[in-house]
Ligand binder design. Structure first.
Ligand SMILES: O=C(O)CCC(=O)C(=O)O
Length: 237
């Protein structure tokens, strides 16, 4: 994979990584990082100061780059170990020529997950995720349909498809897959792979496989377009 001539469009050589069985657009890039890089990133995550962690129900996280806010994010410089990957992914054109300025580090122990949600309007509508330590299954759901009131819409009835994200991979979600559908991770210990997992061959797995989870750390790398300078907040020029 090369850095591209026109960084405003996603690199043409990424086209072969499009997951065609999903709505537009999913790029799944196996082995995006090497094992040594994975080790190095995990070492950095776990040597971050303890107060950097926020414990939520079902996962814990580190927020880097500032807190996204409708009025603008007070941007903080990303540490070099994250900036390296923010720049590398941005050079692929993932953020329409802009450089990612925000990273969420999520840690999921086996049995943990995240409720179906949308990433919302504070980010450029692309989410890129590097997976460390363990695979997971990312599940996608149609949104609740407002004019459909007679039949209850369960999570099960809104379920659409899953993606298997292996450790060391990069996942890029854009377009409808960012804007129209919700994504979540079930809090399970094992994943039984079905035909609803639409990237099995590129993820090196087969229908019927059972994969046991270990601790997964994800780096969710995004671009927050609206930023404010800290010294503006303090009333300085
Ligand atoms: O860990 C992941 O891959 C998903 C994270 C996520 O959806 C989020 O942080 O909003």
């Amino acid at each position: 994979m090369t850095a591209m001539a026109n960084p405003c469009n996603i690199a043409a050589d990424l086209e072969k990584y499009i997951v065609r069985k999903a709505p537009p657009t999913v790029y799944y890039i196996p082995n995006f990082i090497k094992e040594a890089e994975e080790e190095c990133l995990l070492k950095q995550v776990y040597s971050s100061p303890k107060p950097k962690w926020t414990q939520l129900s079902g996962r814990r996280l580190q927020n880097w780059g500032g807190l996204p806010h409708p009025k603008g994010m007070v941007a903080e410089k990303l540490p070099d170990w994250l900036l390296k990957y923010a720049e590398k992914i941005s050079l692929l054109g993932a953020f329409a020529g802009k450089t990612a300025n925000h990273v969420l580090v999520n840690e999921y122990k086996p049995g943990e997950g995240i409720m179906p949600h949308e990433d919302g309007p504070l980010y450029h509508p692309t989410v890129t995720t590097i997976t460390l330590g363990s695979h997971t299954l990312l599940d996608f759901y149609r949104p609740v349909c407002q004019n459909q009131t007679e039949i209850p819409q369960t999570e099960e009835s809104r379920y659409m498809l899953s993606l298997l994200v292996q450790r060391q991979s990069l996942l890029i979600l854009q377009d409808d897959m960012y804007k129209c559908y919700l994504h979540g991770i079930k809090g399970v210990y094992d994943d039984v792979l079905s035909e609803h997992v639409v990237n099995l061959s590129s993820a090196g797995a087969q229908v019927g496989d059972t994969l046991s989870r270990s601790t997964r750390v994800s780096l969710t790398i995004r671009h927050v377009p609206k930023v404010i300078r800290a010294n503006l907040l303090l009333g300085k020029k």
